[in-house]
Ligand binder design. Sequence first.
Ligand SMILES: NC(=O)c1ccc[n+]([C@@H]2O[C@H](COP(=O)([O-])OP(=O)(O)OC[C@H]3O[C@@H](n4cnc5c(N)ncnc54)[C@H](OP(=O)(O)O)[C@@H]3O)[C@@H](O)[C@H]2O)c1
Length: 238
Amino acid sequence: MERPTPPHRALITGSNRGLGLALVHQLLSRGYEVHAINRRVSEDLEDQRQQFPDQLFLYTGDVRDEDSIKSAVAEVAKNVDGLELVVNNAAVHPDPERAPLEKADFSGYLEAFDINAIGPLRVLKHALPLVRKGHEPRIVNISSEAGSCGENWRSSEYGYCMSKAALNRATTILHEYVKGDGIKVLAMHPGWFSSDMGGEKAPITPEDAAGNIIGLITGKLPHPQALYVSPEGQPMQF
Ligand SMILES: NC(=O)c1ccc[n+]([C@@H]2O[C@H](COP(=O)([O-])OP(=O)(O)OC[C@H]3O[C@@H](n4cnc5c(N)ncnc54)[C@H](OP(=O)(O)O)[C@@H]3O)[C@@H](O)[C@H]2O)c1
């Protein structure tokens, strides 16, 4: 495959299945070199490696565990001297039943905060030196409209919504930190798509959602100053 110039090198978390897997496939198809950090390698991800042996590099890491992320990124740094894209995609939903408050089970809430809000920071803490050396680098935190306080319709799912709101805030802090370095930081709502997390009734597929995201990442953002955007790239209310 013809590879784009300058190099297009991406780091992504949580690409075993769902949106992460679809993003990996579409990035590879566009000639990106993809460095994927996962807790385990699914058959589907292994298939991608077989299909794109020179472009897909897999590393073991759990975004809850900083040592594992530090080691994984150190391995990435042996293969690349810069990154054009980081996609923080790994996340969990601690409330799959969407139970009302009286029936809510809080046992997974701290873990969800750890994975969804702090996990991306663990990745970026170690990956920033590579991002700084990338060509027009972008950091994309896969958020959700669930994290919006201004566009809220939910009456349950406290843990998930709160963790994504925290991720949105992390995005704005990070933006302030790296804006002088020419690094674009974005929190993106990918839309409601079918997956283990999104369920079967969602109106779009992970492939559709990945297509929207890749279109925004690789194209011209309709609102370049926006930090939190819809699948169409429209600014969303924090
Ligand atoms: N589905 C939707 O409709 C929807 C809507 C809005 C936003 N989102 C967001 O879109 C992203 C992808 O969602 P999805 O529906 O594709 O989710 P999914 O199918 O449940 O997949 C989640 C991915 O995250 C990984 N992951 C979870 N915890 C991890 C950890 N501690 N360390 C490393 N990887 C971990 C999982 O790996 P394992 O296989 O090892 O568990 C899996 O690869 C998430 O950020 C989600 O919040 C989804």
